[in-house]
Design a protein around this ligand. Sequence first.
Ligand SMILES: [Zn+2]
Length: 314
Amino acid sequence: MSVLSRPEFHDEIKAFEHLERVIWADGPVCPHCGGMDRITKVKANPEKRIRVGLWRCGDCKGQFTVKVGTVFEHARLPLNKALQAVYLMTASKKGISAHQLHRILEVTYKTAWFLAHRIREAMRSGELAPFGEGGGFVEVDETFIGVDRTIKPKGEKKGRGFHHKHKVLALVDRNTGRARAMVVDSLKAADLTPILQANIDYEAFVLTDEAGQYKFLDRSFAGHDFVSHSRGEYGRGEVHTNTIEGYFSIFKRGMRGVYQHCGKKHLHRYVAEFEFRYNNREANGCNDRERSEQALAGIVGKRLTYSSTSRAAA
Ligand SMILES: [Zn+2]
């Protein structure tokens, strides 16, 4: 893999310089006091235990690195390996398992596992603007994945149906080519409708399949139409859900192949990971390198502490 020969993947000093370029486009900022004017570099010195990437603020006398206040702050591995992991996770279409990261980066499985979750957190977009603004088409669909162990299977035919599975809802805005996906607890119309109203503009035209929970969406949006898969219908002109089905097919293949055992507490992070790659895909004008830098830009302000992740690790 020639791309992995880039210097920031192999040299920790270069890795810090790379991350500083991405995070501090206007120069270093002191995370303690916000100062920008009297910041000087502290030369690394292993003998005196002075870390790589250290800076000093003349205003508050505080010391810091670019990792402070980011998801990498407490990551216990060299930054160049973390940057390799970001690249691998953002460049592979279906994702990469913690086992693969553990082997490629030569770090423990546990370190790889936590690192992958840190990077997923960086990929989380937090975008709130509604889809379908100005009357565009928005496709909506849901999928079921894994087994939600917090729900007991109903009745005698245990394991059948979807009641006991995780439920993921996704939307695609056809004009922007962007997707938004989320884990939901229920697919009842009364629970779904407020979520859809919060994420889709009232002027939008919503497209779904014939599922009952979508039946009255024309009350909330400018328009709603559906395809009837049970009658063998897959589309009439603009009325189809092919885009969102394509989205879920990548998600499900990735989740099956790479992430076999995923508990409910972590599912939202995997969902964010697939959404990130979809929204920053080639067709949306984003190459592997830009996608990797986009994820790095997202590490700021999303600290993921060891304890909050491990408590949820079970
Ligand atoms: Zn300061």
